[in-house]
Design a protein around this ligand. Structure first.
Ligand code: AMP
Ligand code: FE
Ligand code: FE
Ligand code: ZN
Length: 287
């Protein structure tokens, strides 16, 4: 099947595996994508490409095409911004430099947060490391350690309480500048898409400015259809994106059992995917 045949099916452009903070192996994510009736998914683990090979090995067996991607944690204007990067060359020097620096700072940040939490709750860094299948550490792994200890019941409960970004134990991610990240994604032959913008700000004027800044750095698209952008703000987000000449993306941001988001609950149009692949460093892997 060539990329043309993708035009027949649904495409979910933002999916996590246990290589970052999802709960399933990449092969299992591919199996679940077939069960959900998807023609293609993008595997976009946080700051790692570790799941690409395993997922690629399941393209034929599951009859699901694979868009190789990554969700990069960045900072802009003092805020955390998630930037989706697609179809870039993983061997590019800029990518290597980024991963070296990011994996270390993610770990330091989690160590600091666990130290803070350990003042009040019986939890250690080892408890958290035990919850991670890959080298990428995030707050969800602290949540899983709190669940394993019986301190909270679900990840959501931990995010509302002990590990909340407004809580007393919180330590922000040390992340690279958003516009610099967009630039290196382009240098590595990839395309950058602004993930779930409403999580960054609820102020449409502010978001208009951000999309303008990012498009000057080379942004390709904006993730509009995503459950963290409420239905009533999506028309405004779509307009902001279109006025800046950006492509419109939609995706589930599934984390397996780690979040209620279901594979395929939002999708990206096939013609957008065709333009995403056009001129990119990597092809979409088709069955
Ligand atoms: P961090 O980047 O370590 O600050 O943690 C943010 C990550 O936690 C994001 O990648 C989300 O996938 C995940 N996350 C955020 N809120 C929740 C929630 N309520 N339940 C489960 N996971 C969440
Ligand atoms: Fe996540
Ligand atoms: Fe995200
Ligand atoms: Zn995500």
């Amino acid at each position: 099947m060539g990329t043309q045949l993708l035009l027949a099916g649904a495409i979910d452009t933002h999916v996590h595996s246990w290589c970052s903070d999802g709960t399933e192996a990449p092969a299992e994510v591919m199996r679940q994508a077939r069960m959900a009736g998807l023609a293609a998914i993008a595997l976009t683990d946080h700051d790692t490409t570790a799941g690409w090979e395993e997922a690629a090995g399941r393209v034929d067996a599951e009859n699901v095409a694979l868009i190789r991607g990554m969700e990069v944690t960045t900072r802009h204007d003092g805020r955390s911004v998630h930037m989706l990067a697609y179809l870039f060359d993983p061997d590019h020097e800029a990518v290597h430099e980024h991963s070296r620096c990011l994996h270390a700072t993610r770990r330091e940040r989690i160590e600091e947060m666990v130290e803070n939490i350990a003042r009040d709750y019986p939890i250690s860094l080892d408890d958290v490391l035990e919850q991670a299948s890959g080298e990428i550490l995030g707050r969800p792994h602290i949540a899983d350690a709190l669940i394993a200890k019986g301190i909270v019941e679900k990840r959501e409960e931990a995010f509302r309480g002990i590990i909340s970004s407004r809580g007393q134990y919180y330590v922000p991610n040390k992340a690279p500048d958003t516009c610099e990240v967009i630039e290196w994604i382009g240098e590595a032959g990839g395309k950058a898409v602004f993930a779930h913008p409403y999580l960054v700000s609820h102020d449409m004027e502010r978001l208009t400015g951000y999309v303008r800044d990012f498009s000057e750095a080379g942004l390709f698209g904006v993730e509009v259809d995503h459950r963290d952008n409420p239905d009533d703000v999506r028309p405004a987000l779509r307009e902001i994106a279109q006025n800046a000449g950006m492509e419109i993306f939609g995706a589930s941001d599934s984390h397996g059992a780690g979040k209620p988001n279901r594979l395929g609950e939002n999708v990206t149009a096939p013609d957008v995917i065709a333009r995403l692949e056009d001129g990119a460093a990597l092809p979409i892997l088709c069955p």
